[in-house]
Design a protein around this ligand. Structure first.
Ligand code: UD1
Length: 369
């Protein structure tokens, strides 16, 4: 049983579901409904050719407690009805932790085992909801599937038994390589009148950046400063759109090319052709690393250090200022694009899902954890 809830989950489960089914093992897909707009959810199912989920929990948006509780309440009967051998939860969103908690509490009764896809990442910032979700999901999991070796060190530091850990690489990059030809074919930049290597793509949605008026203002002012030199395209996340309106910051959007959230293929098309990305997304840090596009991350730290050490990512100077964002982006653009796959970390090779299947199959044939 695979669980998906929010936008960043879909590109992780798509290749894993296909790889499992190629072996003849059946899968069931559960969509929690944490994300529900066409542009945040259904468009990804179309772009990634994920089949309709067998179970749709329809939880929607709510406070953290309510959203997590609703997923738990709705997921428990699904698990009891289907009785899967394994549940795979990806990433670090509220749906990930909610389903992990349901599994661990039913382990004795049902024998279900839990695999966490993208285990072991740590920002060490306990104020981030994702960090809480990651740490607790890892603690509940029987099998921790790690995307990079820094994750092994993080788990060892938490005294997690290394026999529960398996290095698989980055499944999101399986999706990237699979969809890159389609992304090139849609050629979104030229349809938008943008020239390859001559524009910046930006994303912004972290609560720490968009929920506090001065920080959101700084981020948008930084993007506006960049826009004086090159077009800045900002597909606007619904959370950010809401906060811009609430805080009365609409004027700061004027210098930017604001568009609706993009589907996977169109976003990949835009990112591959950009001079640089400016982002607070974990996925964009990883994708730009493999695409060889410079990336400036608007965060104090990253749970994906391999994107800085080996990839093309850099952290904007902290605390964020508009000038700092502009300066770091200018340096990133000057360093230049280095081409797809030039600096991909180990296991970010398009074959991570096969290693996920191997890791789970080994545990299944061993019969114990
Ligand atoms: C969630 C994840 C975050 C991930 C992000 C990707 C958690 C704690 N956070 O944050 O890790 O990076 O998804 O997008 O799980 N909304 C819509 N339509 C939708 C979904 C949301 O309009 O389809 C709006 C609602 O007003 C909602 C707000 O966006 O209240 C925030 O959505 P939510 O799922 O709570 O968190 P994200 O900020 O999307």
């Amino acid at each position: 049983m695979l669980v998906a809830g929010a936008r960043p989950n879909f590109m992780k489960i798509a290749p894993v579901q296909r790889a499992i089914e190629r072996t003849g093992i059946q899968t069931t897909l559960v969509h929690t409904g944490q994300h529900y707009d066409d542009r945040m959810s259904a468009s990804f199912f179309r772009d990634l050719a994920i089949r309709e989920p067998e179970h749709h929990l329809g939880v929607g948006s709510a406070s953290h407690a309510v959203q997590t509780a609703r997923v738990m309440e709705a997921f428990e009967p699904v698990l009891l009805g289907e009785r899967p051998d394994w549940v795979i939860v990806p990433g670090d969103v509220n749906s990930t932790l909610a389903c992990a908690l349901v599994c661990v509490k039913l382990k004795e009764a049902t024998g279900v085992r839990l695999a966490h896809l993208e285990a072991g990442l740590r920002s060490n910032d306990w104020r981030m909801p994702e960090e809480v979700n990651r740490v607790l999901t890892d603690r509940c999991s029987d099998l921790l599937l790690i995307p990079s070796w820094d994750a092994a060190a993080n788990l060892a530091a938490e005294a997690i038994d290394e026999r529960r850990v398996a290095f698989v690489g980055n499944v999101m990059i399986d999706t990237l390589f699979d969809r890159l030809p389609a992304a090139r074919a849609v050629a979104l930049p030229s349809r938008m009148g943008l020239e390859t290597g001559k524009f910046v793509v930006a994303t912004l949605h972290r609560p720490s950046n968009v929920d506090h008026p001065p920080t959101l203002e700084t981020c948008l002012a930084g993007l506006a400063a960049i826009a004086a030199h090159a077009p800045v395209v900002l597909p606007l996340h619904p959370r950010t759109r809401k906060q811009v309106a609430t805080f009365g910051l609409d004027r700061l959007l004027a210098p930017l090319r604001i568009i609706e959230p993009l589907g996977y293929v169109e976003m990949l098309s835009l990112t591959e052709a950009a001079a640089a990305a400016v982002t607070d997304s974990g996925g964009v840090q990883e994708e730009t690393t493999v695409l060889g596009v410079p990336c400036v991350t608007l965060r104090e730290q990253t749970e994906r250090p391999v994107t800085v050490e080996q990839g093309t990512n850099r952290l904007a100077p902290w605390p964020l200022t508009a000038e700092g964002i502009l300066r770091e982006t200018s340096v990133a653009i000057a360093e230049g694009r280095i081409g797809v796959g030039t600096r991909a970390p180990e296991g970010w090779d398009g074959h991570a899902s096969e290693r996920v299947v191997d890791a789970i199959s080994r545990r299944m044939s061993a019969g114990t954890d």
